[in-house]
Design a protein around this ligand. Structure first.
Ligand code: SF4
Length: 281
């Protein structure tokens, strides 16, 4: 009997069924994991924490994936939206240090979905990644890491997506991660990508930024500059130049690497840009 089956017997009680759930973020890794697990755990429940602020490409990818899985992907919506919580947090935009958005818009709906049922949650951390896991501390929720257990790397993920005919989400041509369109984990070049591909969303993101004239307090998505400052032609040109330099250096190091890998692997020294797992896998 496997560890999972042993644990399954331990946590099951007469009143609770054991559940197997897999969260889709709209990113490549969780999509590949869903395809990888489809026939291994037929009773799997798939879910997507929809903040209501995801990219159009993410919604489209989730719909396509649903067809490939042949099962519904349950959309989990928060009971109160971002604007509500922004007021609760006194207008402070979320940041790496104050990541209330993940807790309120993603983690809370997920924990409500699971309730008190003993649940295995399947997480798409790969074997070639060095990051830890799981945000929920509820004792009835047990994380499972199939990619780590099976030695699945990024190359394997790409192969799984290719073999199933799903491919990558289309936003990968200009953005490396899933998540809200205004996510503060975006790189500068990705903010410019948002402006180019979804100018209306870029404008909406700008509306959230405020500078308090009296106190000088700045409420901006990036700590060091506002989107108004970032989009100025000379600043935008500088960001593009720096990005192209990074890409060129990465190409020199590994000429056969595909552009997507170079883009996603290039190190951004502006800030620590590791989003939470529930938003980015
Ligand atoms: S994607 Fe970004 S902005 Fe959205 S909930 Fe996650 S961390 Fe917050």
């Amino acid at each position: 009997m496997s560890d999972r089956e042993n644990h399954q017997n331990d946590v099951a009680s007469p009143t609770h069924r054991v559940r197997h759930v897999l969260g889709l973020s709209g990113g490549k890794d969780s999509a590949a994991l869903a395809l990888f697990m489809r026939d291994r755990v037929p009773e799997m429940e798939y879910f997507f924490c929809d903040t209501g602020y995801e990219l159009p490409e993410t919604y489209e990818y989730i719909e396509r994936l649903e067809a490939f899985l042949g099962k519904p992907i349950v959309r989990l919506n928060p009971t109160r939206d971002f604007d509500h919580w922004l007021k609760v947090y006194n207008g402070y935009l979320p940041s790496q240090r104050m990541r209330w958005c993940t807790r309120m818009l993603k983690l809370k709906p997920f924990e409500e979905f699971v309730g008190d049922d003993p649940t295995f949650t399947y997480i798409a951390i790969r074997a070639d990644e060095d990051r830890d896991g799981y945000l929920s501390t509820k004792p009835n929720i047990t994380p499972v890491y199939p990619f780590r257990d099976h030695g699945i790397t990024k190359e394997d993920v790409m192969r799984i997506l290719h073999e199933h005919g799903l491919g990558l989400p289309s936003y990968y041509s200009w953005r490396t991660r899933s998540g809200c369109y205004f996510c503060f984990f975006q790189r500068k070049i990705e903010w410019l990508g948002l402006k180019q591909h979804h100018p209306e969303l870029f404008e909406r993101a700008k509306l959230y930024e405020k500078v308090d004239e009296e106190t000088g307090a700045r409420y901006t998505w990036s700590q060091d500059e506002s989107l108004n400052e970032l989009e100025r032609p000379e600043r935008a040109a500088e960001i593009v130049r720096k990005h192209e330099l990074e890409i060129a250096k990465a190409r020199c190091r590994n000429p056969s690497e595909r552009l997507f890998h170079i883009f996603s692997d290039s190190v951004d020294d502006e800030q620590d840009l590791r989003p939470c797992l529930i938003c980015d896998l």
